[in-house]
Design a protein around this ligand. Structure first.
Ligand code: SAM
Length: 249
């Protein structure tokens, strides 16, 4: 039997994914486009277009690489002017040099031994790369601990949803710090907060790969327990961490 791959389980819950996952801060999109070199833009792992819609609205010429046709169908409906290439980035052959390559919540799924080589090859000289992730955190520490206990009891070890916020100002080391092919390195954090009604919170849980990998009856039991804990909804802290680099001309 072929092993079910964690990197491409999102399309199983495409509706919940698209309705429950947050978008990305408008200021991040402005900052990335200000930093980018002129020219066409490539997005890696576009999913249902949560980031794509924001970039497309700024009038850039966009090509999106996305392996899951279920996610890509929502993306195309949402962003009809965007070129979509179905497949993984590792198999994609760029037909032009891009002024910007960005990836939202997806760069960790690309082969870690090859991803920066592939980005370098896809960029025009002085082209920019921007990778970013939303971190959604339950703001109330008591509720967070209770939800983390439900995770533990059901064997979920790798969900980031129920952990404490990483301390501000202690971003991880830049992944390209020692790579002379890239320059002008940067890292930024954006902060937002929001109320998630219970149904949206539970759909967010359903959309996360750590929970998708559970057996369906285990997942439903976990969700029932979480529903009992969250009441009307959850106050969330949304952090977005951005990493920037430029191809050395
Ligand atoms: C967590 S989703 C992020 C989707 C979207 N960018 C967003 O911000 O909501 C990860 C996406 O990466 C895609 N993906 C997984 N492996 C990939 C790979 N090797 N190359 C390109 N995309 C990949 C998945 O199909 C999925 O749509």
């Amino acid at each position: 039997m072929v092993e079910r791959q964690r990197s491409v389980v999102f399309g199983e819950a495409v509706e919940q994914y698209d309705s429950a996952r947050p978008d990305y801060p408008a200021q991040l999109i402005t900052d990335v486009l200000d930093y980018a070199a002129p020219g066409p833009v490539l997005e890696v792992g576009a999913g249902t277009g949560k980031a794509t819609a924001g970039f497309a609205a700024r009038g850039v010429s966009l090509t999106c690489v996305e392996p899951d046709p279920r996610m890509a169908a929502v993306l195309t409906a949402k962003c009809p002017g965007v070129r979509v290439e179905i497949g993984i980035f590792e198999d994609y052959t760029p037909d032009q040099g891009f002024g910007l390559l960005y990836s939202a919540q997806a760069w960790h799924w690309v082969d870690e031994r090859r991803r920066w080589d592939l980005a370098h090859a896809a960029l025009a000289p002085a082209g920019a790369v921007a990778v970013f992730w939303n971190l959604y955190l339950v703001a109330d520490p008591n509720l967070r601990d209770a939800l983390a206990e439900v995770d533990r009891r059901h064997g979920v070890k790798t969900s980031s949803l129920h952990r404490a916020a990483p301390p501000a100002g202690r971003a991880a080391e830049h992944p390209l710090a020692d790579d002379p092919r890239f320059t002008d390195l940067g890292q930024r954090r954006y902060q937002r907060a929001g109320h998630y009604p219970a149904a949206r919170y539970l759909d967010l849980v359903r959309s996360i790969s750590a929970y998708r990998m559970l057996a369906p009856d285990t997942r439903e039991a976990l969700l029932a327990e979480m529903a009992g804990l969250v009441g009307d909804g959850v106050e969330m802290a949304l952090l977005t961490d951005l990493t920037l680099a430029r191809r050395t001309p």
